[in-house]
Design a protein around this ligand. Structure first.
Ligand code: SF4
Ligand code: FES
Length: 393
């Protein structure tokens, strides 16, 4: 914590945050062999030649340790496409961080996973798209992923690492939730993350193709609650709730500038994945400014930290320090002003329209996916090693 203590908090006021963040999400690269239409990466992704170098990422790890960060999530894109993942991990372990590799698994080999485990990797999270291989391929735009993911899960257990299965839930897999939960148990995961799609970036672009009906969502809640009871002591459930059928928002990122830092492949330091959509936010880069200084004093982190920025109804609401007004990026996308209440909140004047939009779109046939591609938005199905069939309605 030496760095944190030595830095001055500028313009503290009520928005200061004098404690260390809990977690750092290190997006090592935006490169990824999968093309999931709900990806949280921005529509305009960083190219390989813009990525931080090995030395720069190692320095980010050192700074994260000094800042007092506890957990490191090595993410992407697909973090394993970085050939220097081992060197970055080594720096993170030296910095005393708890390390979690978030991976699709499809590029990993047994040897590479063994070497990461030997270096001190603490945890692996594998994302799956569905239990039905053909549907998983259609969603991810990648052939042959399902068998490989099972194999990687087996290696994770072989090397004695804790395993989480992550599934992003939407209208094309929500009916298979019971099987997805069974899958997590079968492969020996201790935890499942059931992440109902959050609609920003690629998911917002694919809103109509992804949004489930209210009935489907409620059925998934019943399935999850029943499974939680049945699997007590076997599987831990982390659920990221669906916003459109909610009455109160969730505290996005645990509150703006309170718990998490995101570092993008090119070194931008963000309070959340999607905040680059917010106009005039002052975004710093680890290439120019120390991580601790950005966390404490950076313009983007100060913008919506605390409650001073809030308008009504949040300003006088008793939940303002529980959900922190919900998601700034969703407020911007759906109301045109990032300092409005998240429309997921029933107290927002935009809530009714927000819920009605979901009701309407979810009952129409699904349009084709707009697959995530480095080359930008394309509405055709992917080619090459990827899929050519359009999504089912
Ligand atoms: Fe949260 Fe604002 Fe809604 Fe209150 S009015 S519950 S603070 S989003
Ligand atoms: Fe940016 Fe929620 S995604 S605050």
């Amino acid at each position: 914590m030496a760095k944190l203590q030595s830095l001055e908090v500028v313009d503290a006021g009520s928005s200061a945050c004098a404690r260390a963040p809990l977690g750092l999400l290190a997006e090592l690269t935006h490169r990824c062999p999968l093309q999931c239409p709900y990806c949280s990466n921005p529509l305009e992704m960083d190219r390989a030649d813009a990525e931080l170098t090995t030395a720069e990422w190692r320095d980010v790890m050192r700074q994260a340790g000094e800042l007092g960060i506890l957990q490191l999530h090595l993410s992407g894109g697909e973090p394993a496409v970085r050939q220097d993942l081992e060197e970055i991990l080594e720096a993170a372990v030296q910095a005393g961080l708890y390390t979690n590799l978030i991976t699709s698994g499809v590029t990993l080999t047994r040897e590479r996973l063994a070497s990461l485990a030997k270096l001190g990797l603490d945890h692996v999270q594998i994302s799956i798209q569905d239990t039905d291989p053909a549907n998983a391929e259609r969603i991810s735009g990648y052939k042959g992923g399902a068998g490989k993911k099972r194999e990687v899960a087996r290696w994770v257990k072989e090397f004695g690492l804790p395993l989480t299965i992550n599934v992003v839930v939407h209208r094309h897999n929500i009916e298979n939730l019971p099987a997805l939960i069974d899958y997590a148990v079968e492969v020996g995961a201790g935890r499942i993350e059931i992440a109902h799609t959050q609609y920003y970036a690629w998911a917002l672009r694919n809103f109509a193709a992804l949004i489930p009906t209210r009935e489907q969502f409620y059925a998934s809640v019943r399935t999850t609650n029943e499974a939680k009871e049945r699997l007590k002591g076997i599987l831990v459930f982390d659920v990221v709730a669906h916003d459109h059928y909610a009455v109160r928002p969730k505290p996005c990122m645990g509150g703006w500038g309170r718990n998490f830092i995101v570092v993008t492949p090119s070194g931008k330091v963000l309070p959340c994945h999607a905040c680059e959509t917010i106009p005039a936010l002052e975004i710093d880069n680890v290439r120019q400014r120390p991580l601790a200084d950005i966390w404490l004093n950076g313009g983007a982190f100060q913008a919506f930290r605390g409650t001073a920025w809030m308008k009504e109804p949040c300003r006088s609401c008793e939940r303002r320090e529980i959900d922190w007004g919900g998601c700034r990026c969703q407020a911007l996308a759906m109301t045109g002003d990032a300092s409005n209440a998240d429309p997921a909140c029933a107290l927002s004047p935009r809530h009714k329209d927000f819920a009605l939009l979901a009701e309407r779109e979810s009952h129409k046939p699904s349009p084709p996916f707009v697959y995530r591609r480095m080359s930008g938005i394309q509405s055709d199905a992917p080619s090459g090693s990827a899929m050519t069939a359009p999504p089912k309605a």
